[in-house]
Design a protein around this ligand. Structure first.
Ligand SMILES: NC(=O)c1ccc[n+]([C@@H]2O[C@H](COP(=O)([O-])OP(=O)(O)OC[C@H]3O[C@@H](n4cnc5c(N)ncnc54)[C@H](O)[C@@H]3O)[C@@H](O)[C@H]2O)c1
Length: 322
């Protein structure tokens, strides 16, 4: 069998580089595409050194459809892992059109290009944000309601529908993977540099000499703070490998989480402990609009469909950041 070659969009990003790392380890060739808007070539350099190979990085905006199409036409790709996106929920409220362009319209064009050039596999980075702010204290199931409350979540839900159309074409294969809260790192060179995720926020606050803030302490949860499903980025990469290697048809959407909830207060404590700063007391602030009390994954579908279960504990994920 000839060596598989995968195009990873957002390939210089936090999750994209972790996927590339695992795909290379599994014997696949990868080509990375990234505008370097948030991506870092230093992450790719780390992978180049680690694996002692040249890893092509195509610096292209996915909205530059002609360039993307030329790359795919010439690439002879087995499949596409599509992680490139804008992902800041708050920013998406201010720039809904840009989020729609990058996250939805560019995905449609990418899929059309894949179809034109015989690429039959497509794995899409979706998000728990498609579930919005459920009232329920039950884990989210893929066949349950979707009700995004941000342009970010809506753009991903719309894009999912195009991925579903693509994989329903006979001979095509893939899925939209709905990641919950991604945490951890395989190496300090690959750390998440985003400003919106709880763990980096807490770390940066403490490093700046400030106390982290916990929004809402009167939710109907065990300690009164919101409960989320934190999944290690190395598990996210493993889920992509399982999806890429699956020979059976996959469900159109699959939750990728741990199935275990952790409260914001617990997370903050894990981070403070890992930093050796148990002396810091978090500040309790009012609830933020739109934050559901409980947002965790029902993970049974990814397990039954492709044998995927998460391996990293939250403690191990947080400790991997130091
Ligand atoms: N990190 C999380 O907790 C999380 C949770 C759910 C879903 N996701 C999804 O996972 C994917 C990867 O997220 P991440 O955490 O690695 O974020 P990231 O910002 O590190 O990676 C996204 C990459 O896409 C690139 N990009 C953005 N706009 C682009 C454009 N127009 N053209 C080409 N490249 C562009 C960025 O430069 C960046 O390298 C995203 O689709 C995100 O929506 C992330």
């Amino acid at each position: 069998m000839s060596k598989q070659k995968w195009l990873i969009t957002g390939g210089a990003g936090y999750i994209g580089t972790h996927i590339a790392d695992l795909f290379i380890e599994a014997g696949k060739d990868v080509v990375l595409l990234d505008s370097l808007y948030q991506g870092l070539e230093s992450r790719v350099d780390y992978l180049r050194t680690k694996h002692a190979i040249d890893i092509p990085l195509e610096v292209i905006d996915i909205r530059d459809y002609a360039k993307v199409d030329a790359l795919i036409a010439a690439g002879n790709f087995t499949g596409i892992v599509h992680t490139a996106a804008l992902k800041a929920v708050g920013e998406s409220m201010e720039k809904p059109d840009e989020y729609l362009d990058v996250n939805y319209t560019a995905t449609v064009e990418l899929i059309e290009s894949a179809k034109r050039h015989g690429v039959t596999r497509f794995i899409f980075s979706s998000t728990a944000a498609v579930y919005g702010s459920p009232d329920s204290m039950d884990p989210c199931r893929e066949d349950g309601p979707t009700a995004p409350i941000s342009p970010y979540g809506s753009s991903k839900l719309l894009a999912e529908s195009k991925v579903t159309e693509f994989i329903s074409i006979p001979g095509n294969h893939g899925s939209s993977l709905r990641f919950f809260n991604v945490v951890g790192s395989a190496n300090s060179a690959l750390l998440d540099n985003s400003v919106e995720n709880l763990v980096p926020i807490v770390i940066n606050k403490v490093k700046a000499g400030q106390a982290p803030v916990i929004y809402g302490h009167d939710y109907p949860t065990a300690d009164g703070t919101c409960v989320r499903d934190y999944v290690d980025v190395r598990d996210i990469a493993a889920a992509h490998l399982a999806a890429a290697d699956a020979t059976q048809a996959l469900p159109p959407t699959m939750n990728i989480g741990t199935g275990n909830g952790a409260s914001v207060r617990e997370i903050v404590k894990f981070v403070l402990d890992a930093m050796g700063r148990s002396d810091v007391t978090p500040i309790d602030a009012d609830r933020r609009a739109g934050d559901p009390a409980f947002l965790c994954a029902d993970v049974s579908l990814a397990k039954s469909a492709m044998g995927f279960t998460s391996r990293y504990s939250l403690k191990a994920s947080v400790e991997s950041l130091f």
